[in-house]
Design a protein around this ligand. Structure first.
Ligand SMILES: [Zn+2]
Ligand SMILES: [Zn+2]
Length: 131
């Protein structure tokens, strides 16, 4: 049997699209993350793996769900754009790009305070004049 490091198949999962656990991580019966530790383990052919976005971890996180607890995600996710994608697109329209002409100029940074020095050249924290 091929041994796969536990992170590999998770990396390959698409976000928010249920995948049969038996297809990606075959093995012993395991539990639905909603049913919890007291539940009967289920065959992996009856569990779905879903990768969720995580606010801090770029790779997201994967949870297993039984058929009952599978979140309301279309099992055929290709059809319509997900709500998350729609929200992303919306945000892109609402948030205007900041004009960058001024921001592009590199600012001097005070070597003691590590803050940007305003155009006066005087550090707002320690008062040093920065060349
Ligand atoms: Zn469950
Ligand atoms: Zn300073």
């Amino acid at each position: 049997m091929k041994v796969v490091s536990s992170s590999d198949w998770r990396d390959d999962l698409a976000f928010e699209s249920p995948t049969l656990v038996a297809d990606v991580s075959p093995g012993e019966a395991t539990r639905c993350s909603v049913c919890g530790g007291d539940s009967e383990p289920l065959e992996r052919t009856e569990l779905w793996a879903v990768k969720h976005k995580h606010p801090k971890q770029h790779g997201g996180y994967v949870r297993f769900y039984c058929q009952t607890h599978l979140p309301a995600i279309k099992v055929a996710p290709v059809a319509a754009p997900t709500r998350a994608a729609a929200a992303r697109a919306e945000r892109r329209i609402i948030a205007p790009r900041r004009p960058t002409s001024v921001e592009d100029r590199p600012r001097a940074v005070c070597p003691d305070c590590w803050v940007e020095v305003p155009s006066t050249g005087i550090c707002g924290i320690c008062g040093n004049t920065i060349a």
